[in-house]
Design a protein around this ligand. Sequence first.
Ligand SMILES: [Zn+2]
Length: 384
Amino acid sequence: MILMRYCKSCLIPDTRPNGEFDESGRCRACLFAADQVDVNFDQRLYDLECRLEALVRHRRRHRWNCIVGVSGGKDSHRQALWVRDRLGLKPLLVSIGYPPRQQAHVGPQNLANLISLGFDCISISPGPRTSRELVREGFLRFGNWQKATEMALFSGVQQVAISRGIDLVLWGENPALQVGDTGSMGEDIWDGNNLRNLNTLAGGNVEWFDEVLSDSRKSALYRFPTHVELARDGVNTIFLGPAWSDWSFSVNTAVALLEGFRLRVRSPEETGDLYASCQIDEDWTILNAMIKWLKFGFGQGTEQANALIRSGLISREEGVEIATRLDGACDDANISTFCDYIGISTEAFWATVVEWTNRELFEIKAAGRPTPRFIPGTDFVGAG
Ligand SMILES: [Zn+2]
């Protein structure tokens, strides 16, 4: 019996939530990348501009006519500049930050850089105690400390759209097309109004919050506005990614660096990140990448290798080497600061991680980290 089947073109396994392969055995992201060769991007850009023109016409005289959610990272820089300088829009940037104990110094520096580039930015930080409670419970209950944080990121941006009366929200990549998370598929390639169904947002379901928090008002930032609330205020969410021919790790990083973005250099073996440019504003996303690897059999090395394979920059074999070397990479020091933050021992951390580890894919040892039984890129046949 095959326990884990791989896409024929890249290294994504069929254990990915919301992922699906076509009859030729290729994932949606690869099919999308292959289709890009034939796409007329001038036409796409024109289509996007027409669509946006109709949506912002009534806000011509306003200071802002759209909202762009930003973290301050390389992609945020690229996106904010593209929206303003290429599309000619007037964006209000909205940043949902981390609480102080989590945030690395370079995060606010990069956000400040965006402001110095002439953007207006609203920055919202979640309540530190509430955030810590939800991070702790997300980890202990679901093996995913980011469960609540990701909700705040998306929900907060939509909430500002409603509270500020700005009825257009722009996101970069369309996750259904570009990453293969089909749950969020809208009516067409631009339509982001189904964002709540992203795998990470689980339809905006926050019932578990009420069991964790003493007062449901504390979770307000994490609640994705309902379809009714968004429709009442006419809020539209549009993806820019389909009109973007050169959206990539490397191009976005290069553009951001030229505009004053700062990196925080760490080794790939420490973080699983080839470019030292992802999630640099805090240290615990890599814990989640490691746990994802233990749950589903793929991690950040695989994700980055896949992007390079789809761009034609490396072969699938070279990708296997990257995935093998970097998947599951996570420095002990980062695990230690995380445990200190949520108030558990490292033994308790590993006990929870092992609970979430797929035992068919990984061997659990009495001491040390779980080790993979599979080879990235090779369909994995279980023992039975
Ligand atoms: Zn693929």
